[in-house]
Design a protein around this ligand. Structure first.
Ligand code: PEP
Length: 250
């Protein structure tokens, strides 16, 4: 997308202990200028490593974010963390509506919209995830599902600055399968049209990431597709060398 700074983002999911901080350090050191001026980078470690990760990345352009937040600012929600807590740890992004949250925690579009609003209130950029399941894809429902998820999960206040979309086909996550470049192009163009219909100029500048089995070997092809403004990477973000190799395809 013209005039958009792509974002290469890693989602560590429920992986990583203090030993893994060497990987954060290596990524923080590996994303320096000049490429970092053109491409933004982000790692979302588990909440237990958030604060120490931001400390390790202070002198680096690498951003650090959370993997989820509660929709409320604080209160009686045992086990949850708030957007304010992520910001308090110097995180600048938060993923909301990842398919693993939608499935494992029965999160609805309405909850995800509220989480994105909580992120804005805390000054965080929300990465709002959407994507169809394999069954929905086989039934040719992909675009209908995405339309519904985008409409339901994105708040009215979404802007190009406070919101990133991640298109993650559920059947491509952690499976080694990816859609063809042509399919990614069709879906991202559809998402772009939907964003422009609803948010006008802001929708033109919102970044749309592709996620689902992005690896060093397929990144170049996927990232070159029109309206693909970066990647959300699970498995391949755990190893600094893989993450940096994907970043290096820009
Ligand atoms: C993800 O969970 O956001 C993801 C894309 O995972 P993977 O890269 O491992 O498929």
């Amino acid at each position: 997308t013209p005039d958009v700074r792509p974002l290469v983002a890693g989602n560590w999911k429920m992986n990583g202990t203090r030993d893994s901080l060497d990987q954060i350090k290596a990524i923080a050191q590996g994303v320096m200028v000049p490429l970092s001026e053109k491409v933004e980078t982000l790692i979302c470690p588990p909440a237990t490593l958030l604060y120490v990760s931001t400390a390790l990345a202070t002198d680096s352009p690498l951003a650090i974010g959370g993997q989820d937040c509660h929709q409320a600012r604080s209160g009686a929600h045992t086990g949850d963390i708030s957007a304010d807590m992520i910001a308090d740890c110097f995180g600048t992004y938060v993923i909301v509506g990842h398919s693993e949250r939608r499935i494992d925690h029965a999160e609805t579009d309405q909850m995800i919209r509220a989480k994105a609003q909580a992120a804005y209130q805390a000054g965080l950029t929300a990465i709002v995830c959407v994507g169809e399941t394999g069954e929905e894809r086989d039934a040719y429902q992909t675009l209908d599902i995405l339309k519904r998820q985008l409409f339901g999960s994105l708040p009215e206040e979404a802007t190009a600055e406070n919101t990133v979309i991640a298109y993650e086909p559920v059947w491509a996550i952690g499976t080694g399968l990816t859609p063809t470049a042509k399919d990614v192009e069709i879906v991202h163009a559809f998402i772009r049209d939907e964003l422009i219909l609803r948010f006008a100029d802001e929708g033109k500048g919102m970044r749309i990431l592709y996620g689902g089995s992005v690896k060093p070997g397929n990144a170049r092809e996927l990232l070159a597709v029109d309206n693909v403004d970066g990647a959300l990477i699970g498995g391949a973000s755990l190893k600094a060398t893989d993450f940096l190799a994907i970043y290096g395809t820009y």
